[in-house]
Design a protein around this ligand. Structure first.
Ligand code: PLP
Length: 366
């Protein structure tokens, strides 16, 4: 039986129920179910929280990536540089625009290796998509400097990194566009799908604000054909409420991570270090270990649920069959795919549960 679950959304609702139910009741009674003040308020608060001028609320993080790439001018046949170890949506967004994902291997911290980006740039490269996996921002100083040298924009897949910082700059404010997910499993989570896009560029902001609502520039006029990717009012209200509590949630996850670092035996467990200029928000706490599958099974037998983000690299997915990649193309990613294990780190874990997880991991290797 699972004693320590990997996630605990039921506990989150239990903690919020009393305050959130009346807010949801008011919205349901108002008849305003799409858009409206809650959505505008969320856009303002999200922009402020992420340190940018504009945020556009959308239906998912995937839509933020597709619309963001398109706004950067990515068209059929263009190339976009991205790592092969993200959630599938990062690459899918490129493919949906009929553009070509060009993978670049990652570093020991699971983020794109900046020293390998330049050799992947060609005349067709239209954008670099950095993914801030696990809640750690990719090496943006190096990435931006390469991108600037070649005049290529950087789009941040910040789906896992709301509130993270790099050199004191916030996730989603460093590249031209930031793309966030508010999927139920994210640190800032809705009770359904959701996402948003951040930018300091007014033209991009206006373009995507219209595009997500059929391209309507007023009630009856469409200048360019658009799409439907609006945020529900109920979800925006939940996000407004949860955004206020996000700093406390991030602190709890950071403190859980610090406890794991103290307790886990570094002889057997590799955890990428937190560099002095990084502020990591730990969307996931990923360790790298030998005998990963056996360890996962052992933990489950002891009632501890874990996860793997992600066991099959994107270039080795059946869906990538026509992209021209093969096994051994990205050795670091492929090795990590066999060694990574995500431990529970949610904000409702008790200290004794973290101790139990860490002790059980250590025991396995004794
Ligand atoms: C790195 C990354 N990119 C993109 C996405 C897509 O976000 P969504 O599920 O909101 O479409 C996710 C999460 O699901 C993600 O983790």
């Amino acid at each position: 039986m699972i004693q320590i679950p990997y996630i605990n959304l039921a506990e989150q609702w239990k903690n919020e129920r009393e305050e959130l139910l009346p807010i949801l009741d008011t919205i349901l009674g108002s008849g305003q179910y799409i858009g409206g003040q809650e959505v505008s308020r969320f856009e303002e608060s999200a922009a402020k929280f992420c340190g940018v001028k504009y945020a556009v609320a959308l239906n998912s993080g995937t839509d933020a990536l597709v619309f963001g790439l398109s706004a950067l001018g990515v068209r059929p046949g263009d190339e976009v540089i991205t790592p092969p170890n993200s959630f599938i949506a990062s690459t899918a967004a490129i493919v949906h625009l009929k553009a070509i994902p060009v993978f670049v291997d990652v570093s020991e911290d699971q983020n794109i290796d900046p020293s390998k980006i330049e050799e992947a740039i060609t005349k067709k490269t239209k954008a670099i998509m950095a993914v801030h996996l696990t809640g750690r921002i990719a090496a943006m100083k190096e990435i931006i400097s390469i991108a600037d040298k070649h005049g290529i924009p950087v789009i941040e897949d910040a789906a896992q990194s709301i509130g993270s910082k790099y050199d004191n700059k916030l996730s989603g404010s460093i590249g031209k566009i930031g793309c966030f997910s508010t999927h139920p499993l994210k640190n800032l989570n809705a009770c359904g799908d959701g996402g948003f896009l951040t930018t300091n560029d007014e033209a991009i902001y206006k373009q995507i604000s219209n595009f997500r609502n059929h391209g309507l520039i007023d009630r009856n006029t469409v200048e360019y054909f658009g799409y439907v990717s609006r945020m529900d009012t109920l979800q925006a209200a939940i996000l407004n409420y949860r955004l206020e509590h996000l700093p406390a949630l991030i602190e709890k996850r950071r403190s859980n991570a610090a406890k794991y670092r103290n307790l886990l035996d570094s002889k057997n467990v590799f955890i990428p270090e937190d560099k002095s200029f990084e502020f990591n928000t730990y969307h996931t706490f990923v360790i790298q270990v030998d005998k990963r599958d056996e360890l996962k099974k052992y933990l489950l037998e002891k009632g501890i649920e874990t996860s793997i983000h992600y066991p099959i690299p994107i270039h080795l997915q059946p869906a990538s069959r026509n992209l021209g990649y093969k096994k051994s193309d990205f050795p670091v990613t492929e090795k990590q795919a066999e060694r990574i294990l995500t431990l529970p780190i949610n904000q409702y874990l008790k200290e004794e549960e973290i101790i139990k997880v860490a002790e059980t991991v250590n025991q396995f290797y004794q």
